[in-house]
Design a binder for this molecule. Structure first.
Ligand code: AVI
Length: 330
């Protein structure tokens, strides 16, 4: 989930300046009484995206490699389970490496059109560069929010073409519990019966293993988390002293989610010029920066059923509990 350069206000059709939107969201999260929070989509500026790339190769963070292993091992089966002719739309252009595995398997069976959907023009251009040369694959990206891009991809296809939506990497886990279902429902509303959704989800595993993945000893995840305050300083004229905050990852057993927080090491004040905010932090107070929900095969199937999909197949990695589920619009 990456922040846009400029977004469209759906109600008025006018462009919202990305900086103004960021300031608005920071005010909403930090400027109200109660638990302070920030939307996790703002992790991904250039520094945050580079840090996330580094996280994805950490030995403690097995999620990305598991996702890729499943696609490598089962791409042919996944391709066989969806019927041609086919258009593929990916929410977030993802890593070209993962997408290539699935596109190559599909293109061996049928010519395939691929629509990466991405709000970052740079990420979109990179996906187009990386995947354009694959035999049998034509690439046409949409620079848009996920659902707007998906609506465009769905509208463009021919009557007889099936749509396969890719939502990999357990990005669904960064929605709140009910928002994940709402999001799937909104995807479903854009699909026709028998269209598919390949959904990657990280699975519940031993708590110590999950905590290490979100609090690695090299401190890469800590840097990723703290960079959010750095970004506020750079883009919104904040004066956060990053040394006064500590990265924290906890697991909530009831909600089945990792929570990432930034905990104030002492009592102090912060000014964020462009958001017009003067903030007070008590010692020990936290900013909640991310939830990363974990699933079970059953909870994914239940979510599918609740959102008018049927679960066609599920593949689980043998080394790191992670699932790809092929859901079909029912
Ligand atoms: C992008 N998303 C699925 C990652 C996750 O695991 O929730 C983001 C992340 N946060 C900390 N490490 C990685």
């Amino acid at each position: 989930m990456k922040a846009a350069a400029a977004q469209l206000d759906r109600r008025t059709g006018t462009e919202i300046d990305a900086g103004a939107q960021f300031a608005h969201d920071v005010r909403a999260g930090l400027g109200q009484p109660g638990q302070k929070w920030l939307p996790c989509k703002y992790f991904y500026d250039a520094v945050g995206s580079a840090l996330f790339e580094a996280i994805s190769v950490l030995p403690e963070y097995g999620l990305t490699r598991a996702d890729e292993r499943i696609l490598r091992r089962h791409a042919a089966e996944i391709a066989a389970a969806v019927s041609p002719p086919l258009v593929v739309a990916e929410l977030g252009s993802g890593s070209g490496r993962k997408t290539r595995l699935i596109l190559e398997a599909l293109a061996r069976r049928q010519p395939t059109t691929y629509h990466p959907i991405e709000i970052s023009a740079a990420a979109l251009a990179q996906a187009e560069r990386e995947l354009n040369h694959l035999d049998g694959v034509s690439v046409r990206g949409f620079e848009a929010e996920y659902l707007d891009g998906l609506a465009q991809a769905a509208a463009k296809r021919a009557r007889n073409q099936r749509l396969l939506v890719l939502f990999l990497g357990s990005s669904i886990g960064n929605f709140n519990r009910n928002e994940d279902c709402q999001f799937l429902m909104r995807i479903r509303a854009l699909l026709r019966t028998e269209d598919g959704l390949l959904l990657g989800t990280d699975l519940v595993k031993p708590v110590s293993q999950m905590l290490r993945a979100y609090d690695d000893p090299a401190g890469v995840t800590a840097a990723f988390n703290l960079n959010l305050l750095g970004r506020i300083n750079r883009e919104l004229g904040g004066n956060f002293d990053l040394h006064r905050f500590a990265h924290e990852a906890t697991y909530d057993e009831v909600e089945q989610r990792i929570e990432m927080h930034l905990r104030a090491r002492d009592t102090h004040e912060v000014r964020i010029e462009k958001a017009g905010l003067d903030l007070h932090f008590d010692r020990g107070e936290t900013i909640w920066t991310e939830s990363s929900y974990k699933y079970t095969l059953v909870s994914v199937a239940q979510m599918a059923e609740a959102t008018a999909f049927r679960t066609e197949r599920q593949w689980v990695d043998e080394e790191w509990p992670f699932a790809e589920s092929l859901l079909v619009a029912s």
